[in-house]
Ligand binder design. Sequence first.
Ligand code: IMP
Length: 423
Amino acid sequence: MAKLNKWHGTAAVIGIDWGDSGKGRLIDDLSQNANVIARFNGGSNTGHTVSNKFGKFAMHITPSGIFNQKATCLVGRNVAVNLEVLIQELDSFKKAGVAFKNLVIDEQAPLTMPWHILRDGIREKVRKSKIGTTGNGVGPTYADYTERVGLKVIDLLSSDLKEKIYNEAEIQNKFFNLKISPNDVYSKFSKYSKVIKPYVGNTIQIIKQNLQKNKNILFEGAQGYFLDIDAGTYPFVTSSNPGVVGIWRSYDLHPQNLDHVIGITKAYTTRVGSGPMPTKMDEKTSKQIIEKGHEVGTTTGRIRSPGWQDLVLLKYAHEANHLTALAITKLDILSGQKKIKLGVGYKLNGKETTYLSHSSEFLENVRPVYEEFEGWQEDISNVREFERLPKNAKKYIEAIEKFTKIPVKFISVGPKRGEVIYV
Ligand code: IMP
C-alpha cells in the first residue's frame, strides 16, 4: 500500500478507543487529497483539534476538512446538529478567512434543542452512577430522534417552524418539568434558520454523485468504537455509532465500499467521563502523561485518565471494522518513560480470558496482562522516517502491528502540522 497521505477512493478515519485520539489533525492532513469530507456521527460533544496556517480550531460539528478550500464538506444525516455551536464555528471561520461555501448539512439530521441540553444536565445530576456526559444534550437528541419526536434540520425551512417549536416545547415542559419559553426558542431558531438555510441539502446524493465520478471521499468519525451505543461499554457510552456502521447510517454507504479504514488511537490510551479502563496507569505515570500530553478535554476541559495501550480492544475494533491501517498519535509523549507497557490480554478470576464482553462490568473486573518494553529517552519530534526512530520505539510499534496484524501507516511525533511519520 502506498503512503497513507497519497490515498485514493473512499477512506474512513474512525476512533478505536474512547475518543480523543487526534482525528482532527489526521483528517486535516488527509483532506488535502479529498474531494469530499463527510462527518458521520456525534454532535457538539465532539472536539476535533485542528492547527494549521489558518489558526487553531476546536471543531464540533463541521468536518475537520473544511480547510481544504476546494473540497465539499458534509454534515451527515446521523450527526446531532447544535445550531448555536455550528454558527459559532462558522463565525470563527469567517474571522480566520476560511471559506465555507462548500458546506452541506443534511436536511434529515436531528437538531439538538435547548431542552436536550437541559435534560442531559438534569439526568446526570440525579443519576446514582453518572455517565459523565459532555453535557451537550447529545443523548437526549438521539433519544427523541429514535422516539420519532425530534425536530430535524429540514424543519428549519418549513413554514410551520413556529408551530413545531411551540408544540414540542410545551410537551418537553410538561413531561420533563422544564420552564422553557417557546417564544424565546422560536425567536432564536428563526434567526439560526436564516443563517443555515443556504447550507441545507441532501448529502446522500452528493456522496452518490462523487462515487460515480470516482472522487476521493473521506469519512470523518467522532469519538471511538468503545463509546459506540451498541458495541461500547454500556451505559458509559455515547449515543451514536463511531465505527463504520455510522457511515452507513449517515450516507447509505455499505462498509464494503470503503477502500481504506484507518483506525486511529494514541500510543497510549485515555478515557474521559465514567466507565472502565482495564489498563489504567499508576498515579505517578498518569500525572506525567496528563502534563506532557495535555490530556484535557477540548469540549469540556475535563482531565482525561491515561492508560497503557490495550491491544485486546484494538484487535476487537479491527474485527468489527476491518481496519486497513493504524494511525498512532502522540508517540513523543511516551519518550522519557523507562518502561512502557502494552496490554496483550486479560485475566478474569486469575484465569486468562480472550472473551471480550461488551458489559462494562466485565471490563471493570478483568486484570490486564502486560508485555513490558524498554523505553527510549531521545526527543523524536524531528523524526520523519520510521527507520530513524530509536530502536525501542520501533520495537514498540512493531509489537502493536504484530499483535493486531494491522500495518501502522501514520505516527505522530509532535503537535504541529508535519510532525508525523508516514510509514
Ligand atoms: P455524551 O456523548 O456527551 O452523552 O457523553 C457520553 C460519554 O462519551 C462520556 O463518557 C463522554 O465523556 C464521552 N464522550 C463523548 N464525546 C466524546 C469525545 O469527543 N471524546 C471523548 N469522549 C467523549
